[in-house]
Design a protein around this ligand. Structure first.
Ligand code: ADP
Ligand code: TRP
Length: 356
């Protein structure tokens, strides 16, 4: 909640689908912890404009925004403690995005790792090929690589800078975007000789950042990977997913090294199970008595302890359009107040002044 003197925390998640355990442990559970620490002035939003950079679909977009706000609330974000809003409800963001783009080089945007990744995927180019510039320039269809995707980091920087946020809790994959945000802030401040934008930093509660693995044996859990456990998953579905998780043939000798698929299950256990439960299965692995079926059953049980209460709240909140509307209206009002003040300052220093 807005309070003088408190550092501003801001973060968002793109409206591209339901939230999974990766989003929960990597982002949402941290938002809730920051909120409940009572130390910060918290702002959490749903990045619907960013969702348009990859998969514009009018029907899905509206549904996805609703899904995410519902999941935010169900996981413990409290509109009385945090400003919860939708990105597009703050039109000042779109205007500052245009203005800030005048100070952003297309070269630095093209070198951004996430842009290269997404552009490669869109163009169907191998992931080790670095020469995508000519491919991009040679294609006319905006269906392939659109300018919105290129300027994604400008929009993200504006989300942060327009609220003058200090701390931005995001996963490791977003570090480069945060670095660009700092660079853009410094550049703008020094070009106009002002101290308009603070330089934001990432935030974690100590410890190493989590990378939640998927159930398919390798890599991280991610929407586009099809390997997710969703907060909204029904009990039966969730159990089935966990029981089907990839493992290996089991240890043949005591103290064998742990393969990636099995380590992934241990990592999920680290996040969801009690330490003695994890230790029990690690010991069983070390002395070759482990049965993966038992480990999976336990893991499913422990995940359900976290997700089922959230799922129940999701089902309740989802039907309460009036409540969702109130939360988002109040959030938009608060977010706009601050955004409008920053935009006024930016226009002023850039020389955009009215004659009437
Ligand atoms: P996805 O990869 O499923 O498309 P997003 O890119 O929308 O998810 O990520 C939203 C937030 O969730 C980001 O802060 C990101 O760092 C975090 N996140 C996503 N997947 C994971 C994961 N597997 N482990 C940890 N954090 C994750
Ligand atoms: N790019 C972020 C992601 O993919 C989402 C995001 C958009 C964001 N604007 C932001 C995160 C501002 C933090 C602050 O996860």
């Amino acid at each position: 909640m807005k309070e003088e003197g408190k550092e501003i925390v801001l973060s968002g998640i793109r409206a591209t689908g339901n939230l999974h355990l990766g989003n929960y442990f990597g982002a949402l559970s941290k938002f809730v912890r920051m909120q409940d620490s009572d130390v910060y002035d918290n702002m959490f939003f749903i990045a619907d404009l960013h969702a348009l950079t990859t998969a514009p679909d009018p029907k899905l977009l509206h549904e996805n925004v609703k899904n995410i706000v519902t999941e935010y609330l169900a996981a413990g974000l409290d509109p009385e403690k945090s400003t919860i809003f939708v990105q597009s409800d703050v039109p000042e963001v779109s205007e500052l995005y245009l203005l800030l783009n005048m100070h952003v080089g297309i070269g630095e945007l093209m070198r951004t790792a996430s842009f290269k990744d997404k552009a490669r995927k869109a163009l169907g180019i191998r992931s080790d090929s670095d020469n995508i510039e000519s491919e991009i320039i040679g294609t006319d269809s905006n269906k392939r690589v659109n300018a919105g995707l290129l300027t994604y980091p400008t929009l993200m920087a504006v989300d942060i800078l327009i609220q003058k946020a200090h701390k931005v809790p995001v996963g490791k994959d977003q570090e480069q975007h945060l670095e660009l945000t700092r660079r853009f802030a410094r550049r703008f401040n020094s070009f106009y000789g002002v101290e308009l934008f603070p330089e934001p930093t990432n935030f974690d509660f100590g410890g190493k950042p989590v990378k939640v693995p998927g159930l398919d044996g390798s890599g991280k859990m991610g929407k586009s990977e099809g390997n997710c456990i969703y907060l909204i998953d029904e009990e039966k579905v969730l159990r089935k997913k966990v029981m089907r998780a990839v493992t290996d043939e089991g240890p043949k000798e005591p103290n064998s090294p742990v393969s990636e698929p099995v380590q992934n299950l241990f990592t999920l256990m680290e996040l969801t199970s009690a330490p003695d439960v994890l230790q029990h299965f690690k010991d069983a692995y070390a002395d070759c008595s482990i049965r993966y079926g038992d480990l999976k059953k336990q893991l499913a049980e422990d995940i359900l302890k976290i997700t089922l209460p959230i799922r129940e709240r999701i089902l309740d909140i989802r039907n309460d359009d009036a409540y969702i509307g109130r939360v988002l209206r109040q959030g938009a009002e608060r977010a706009r107040e601050r955004a409008a003040a920053t935009l006024r300052e930016a226009r002023e220093v850039m020389g955009i002044r009215k004659f009437y």
